[in-house]
Design a protein around this ligand. Structure first.
Ligand code: M6R
Length: 618
């Protein structure tokens, strides 16, 4: 949560402001309660900050631009301490105006620090925890006369999670950053350098980046980057290339990022599957730096994730258990972390995360490693904390996902976990090589099938227009259709603010069927009628049960499934697909439905209320 940019360039120009504005536009998905920028030149600091979306800041800047400068810091906020007001927006200025600070995270000892500073005569201007850091930094800077040294001293005093960036009134040629648990990466330019809460902040400027570790302070000038621990000892940061196409983070003719990202899905799946087969037809996952003997001896897999990523984990469970005959548990990362789970050195923990910065998942990864488990992460964002802190990272190649509601990352996560399942099956000998190849061939056909579903979106959009005033929608599914139903419900809640719930269809009779009343809309994800007849027929029975009680049945079914159509008020066809792979097509109409309802209701599809894309606080 909260997007952060820092920049230092070679001379005084408009570039620092331009870089900061562009970065904030790209980082809005991390929070959009308020935004602000501070720039530094030889005359000192100038800043602007406004409550509301970035457009409010942009209007203010148009009326009253910031001056040319050599350095800038910027922030887009997801409020934690103190509501979304101008005063609580960042940058936070120190009591003497000596430093400006932007912060992401939560300072858990801020009350104690605030009290100490008040007793020293400092008046607070905001309700934020971050302001205490600005005042502390100014005091340390006055005492030590060196901004990086002062930042280290302050960082050692702070408890909780933080990324802090600071620029000083009397030194416009450097920006100093500190990080503990919250994300921060360095962008390496030619005669200029960047700091960002993720690579999206500077991907349009450079593809060279440095990973920062836990408890580190970084100082950037136009031509140098220096990294130390909080103790001042120099640290060597690892350089990596950002292979995201910067143009992927623009709307490209679509009205919203979400629509674009739905259309990106065939490519996201295709790119995630790309280059995994050796010439001899062997599946290889080069990134899996965990010893094969360890992977062979794994006796349990635990998937940890949150939100949509957790639903990808639920889909993975069905596939991996079926292919590998190893038990798979799926758990919300925040629950896993705090319930003393049974994890041993034979447990493989799979952490799934688009951002790689979800705090709940980071904490769960750390906990699992402390218990001796190997952690393999399935991550979309390069250089992110989860990827760095895992034993191995299997990257999804969905490219930057900007809309807060996840779509293409979900499909890419499912594709990546299928690869993982097939790889483990190959390694552990639970599938014959030609069986693995047959599934891979089916997988290779999925992008074209997803494309077909997206192409047939008109019926979904018409339905959405007719349903904009409904108050509740239920989603039912069995087997892999169950996580698809839950994901469909989540999409509708977060985008259209409509009460929605996803149920395992078999659970219906155990209570939820009491919700069915005349006209209640119920989406049902119907499994393929081919192969697993029992499952298919059971879901048809469930449709009939709700229909008999007055429900309006909206059915996602495989092309040609006339038996399902017979019980539907409306059918949305998806191409014929083997059951385990079906989530890749079945979820698409549900994503499109949620997006279309939100659009008809005039809601902000890309930035739904109260949410942020990267949930970097617990
Ligand atoms: O970045 P992550 O994949 O770790 O994020 C996990 C969830 O916060 C995320 O999937 C969230 O549920 C989305 N808003 C869903 O659309």
């Amino acid at each position: 949560m909260c997007g952060i940019i820092g920049y230092v360039g070679p001379g005084v120009s408009d570039r620092p402001l331009r870089v900061a504005r562009e970065a904030l536009a790209r980082l809005q998905y991390r929070g959009y309660d308020s935004a602000g920028i501070a720039v530094a030149n030889s005359d000192g600091l100038s800043f602007i900050k406004r409550a509301g979306k970035l457009s409010v800041l942009e209007e203010a800047l148009a009326a009253d631009p910031l001056p040319p400068a050599s350095a800038a810091i910027g922030h887009t906020r997801w409020a934690t301490h103190g509501g979304p007001t101008d005063a609580n927006a960042h940058p936070q200025l120190s009591y003497d105006g000596a430093v400006a600070v932007v912060h992401n995270g939560i300072l858990e000892n801020h009350q104690v620090l605030r009290q100490e500073l008040i007793e020293a005569g400092i008046e607070f201007q905001s309700e934020t925890d971050s302001e205490a850091a600005a005042h502390l930094l100014a005091r340390a800077y006055a005492e030590l006369g060196d901004l990086p040294e002062a930042m280290r001293a302050v960082a050692r005093r702070l408890e909780g999670t933080f990324t802090l960036l600071a620029v000083a009134q009397d030194n416009p040629r450097l920006v100093v950053g500190a990080r503990r648990t919250s994300p921060l990466v360095v962008g390496l330019g030619e005669g200029e350098n960047f700091l960002g809460s993720d690579v999206a902040a500077f991907v349009a400027q450079t593809d060279r980046a440095l990973e920062l570790g836990q408890d580190q302070v970084v100082t950037i000038t136009a031509d140098a980057v220096e990294v130390t621990g909080f103790d001042g000892r120099p640290v060597r940061a690892r350089e990596f290339r950002v292979d995201w196409d910067a143009s992927a983070a623009v709307k490209g003719g679509f009205a919203t990022f979400m629509e674009k990202e739905i259309h990106d899905q065939p490519t996201a799946v295709r790119d995630t599957l790309l280059g995994r087969l050796t010439p001899t037809g062997h599946l290889q996952l080069d990134e899996l730096r965990i010893d094969e003997s360890v992977l062979r001896s794994v006796d349990k897999i635990v998937v940890i994730a949150c939100g949509t990523a957790a639903y990808a984990g639920h889909v993975a469970k069905y596939a991996i258990e079926h292919w590998c005959r190893v038990p798979v548990e799926v758990e919300l990362a925040h629950e896993f972390r705090y319930r003393d789970p049974v994890v041993t050195s034979k447990t493989l923990v799979v952490a799934i995360s688009q951002s790689g910065e979800t705090m709940d998942t980071i904490m769960a990864v750390r906990h699992a490693r402390e218990q001796g488990a190997r952690v393999l992460s399935v991550v979309n964002t390069m250089g992110s904390t989860i990827a760095r802190e895992s034993d191995a990272a299997l990257y999804t190649h969905a490219g930057p996902e900007v809309a807060v509601a996840s779509t293409k990352a979900f499909l890419a996560q499912i594709a990546a976990t299928y690869l993982l399942g097939l790889y483990l099956a190959q390694l552990r000998g639970t599938m014959f090589p030609d069986e693995v190849r047959a599934v891979l061939r089916e997988l290779e056909q999925m992008p074209a099938k997803i494309e077909r579903v997206i192409g047939g979106g008109d019926a979904i959009r018409e339905l959405a227009a007719s349903m904009k005033d409904v108050e509740s929608v239920l989603f039912l599914g069995r087997h892999v259709g169950y996580p698809v139903a839950m994901e469909g419900a989540l999409k509708l809640k977060e985008l259209a603010y409509i009460h929605a719930e996803g149920f395992a269809a078999g659970e219906l009779k155990h209570g939820p069927i009491a919700l069915i009343d005349q006209g209640q809309a119920v989406f049902v994800v119907v499994p393929s009628p081919r192969g697993r007849d029992v499952l298919h027929d059971k879901v048809l029975s469930n449709i009939q049960e709700v229909r008999a009680r007055g429900a309006r049945t909206l059915v996602v079914a495989e092309e040609g499934d006339q038996a399902a159509a017979a019980h539907a008020d409306q059918v949305f066809w998806v191409p014929q697909t083997p059951t385990l792979l079906a989530p890749l097509v079945a979820v698409v109409p549900l994503q499109m439905f949620a997006c279309a309802v939100a659009t008809v209701k005039g809601l902000d599809v890309d930035q739904p209320r109260n949410l942020a894309k990267s949930v970097t606080v617990e």
